[in-house]
Design a protein. Structure first.
Length: 322
């Protein structure tokens, strides 16, 4: 199969776009075969560009996506210790975050708060929304270069502490059962111990989790420094302003009672002005493209962060991690 490979310089060379040269060669099996024969090229391209969009290959059903992604990797990860609501469709295959359509999801590297983060993400558009619903992406190398030096220094030196309060089935946010895909407390405790997560069972049956992760990461293959954390997303100031103002009336700033929160690794609060600047820079570097049914987006999760724009109409995006 022949393909067309191109970049859009107006979009900061992100993502690299790969399309079939002619429609007759754009089948699922063609893509699987071409991918298998060009893995070395794709690996180099992904490390350079951070994201690759495969378009026009007719990956338009969950079964087709499952066949493709399992040909890409035999080591798909389950979304254990995840922080967003989604539906498990099969081993290693999930819907993307199921937040209400009217809300945006801020830029983040998947599971960057966890010691069990994936290296790669694969998204697939099964149903394209009528309007909006893009998955913006941004290069973490560029974000790091654009942030004020005092923010980079503080996050590099102090790291980030994440706090989560998971309920027991009734309450705001996720339950511990959904987060760990089990009702067995011993399985949860074993996972936490292996992942260096401090845990505490609460009197109401809920679970408090704290863990410390990096603010800046060195990519293991390129040696480049990248912005890699979810502090601005975990901090309650990331909520819509009315929600944030309401939460401040219930919870004290700096305490551990918010459904989720983030502070520096030494326990010091992160100034909201710092978080706002991080959000601003991430937005400035974000690249959006309208989803088309059958699109497959491959992302290096350390190099590139992603989010979600509000949308209208049905939308079904699948995601896998490895």
């Amino acid at each position: 199969m022949n393909v067309v490979i191109r970049i859009d310089e107006q979009k900061r060379n992100l993502p690299l776009l790969i399309e079939p040269h002619c429609q007759s060669e754009g089948g699922l099996d063609d893509l699987i075969s071409w991918y298998g024969n060009n893995r070395d090229f794709l690996e180099r391209a992904l490390l350079e560009y951070g994201a690759i969009l495969f378009r026009g290959f007719a990956v338009k059903a969950p079964s087709a996506y499952a066949k493709l992604v399992r040909s890409i990797s035999r080591n798909l990860l389950d979304y254990i210790d995840g922080n967003s609501p989604r539906t498990r469709l099969g081993d290693g295959i999930y819907t993307s975050t199921e937040y209400p359509a009217e809300f945006a999801i801020s830029m983040h590297n998947e599971l960057s708060y966890s010691n069990c983060y994936p290296n790669r993400l694969v998204f697939c558009c099964i149903v394209a929304p009528r309007e909006g619903g893009e998955t913006p992406i941004a290069d973490g190398r560029a974000i790091l270069r654009s942030l004020p030096s005092e923010i980079v220094e503080a996050f590099t030196r102090k790291r980030v502490k994440y706090i989560r309060n998971l309920h027991n089935g009734h309450g705001y946010g996720l339950s511990w059962q959904d987060t760990f895909e089990t009702t067995d407390k011993e399985i949860v405790e074993k996972f936490c111990k292996e992942a260096s997560i401090n845990y505490k069972w609460k009197s109401d049956g809920g679970l408090e989790l704290t863990q410390i992760g990096p603010g800046v990461m060195t990519h293991p293959k390129t040696g480049e420094q990248v912005w890699f954390n979810q502090a601005d997303q975990f901090h309650p100031s990331n909520n819509p302003k009315p929600v944030w103002e309401s939460m401040k009336k219930i919870h004290r700033e700096g305490d551990d009672s918010f459904p989720q929160n983030a502070c520096f690794g030494d326990g010091a609060s992160i100034d909201v002005s710092m978080l706002d600047k991080i959000r601003e820079v991430a937005r400035e570097h974000s690249v959006c493209f309208p989803w088309r049914e059958g699109d497959v987006l491959l992302i290096d999760n350390l190099l590139v962060c992603h989010g979600r724009m509000p949308y209208s109409g049905p939308r079904k995006i699948l995601v896998s991690m490895f």
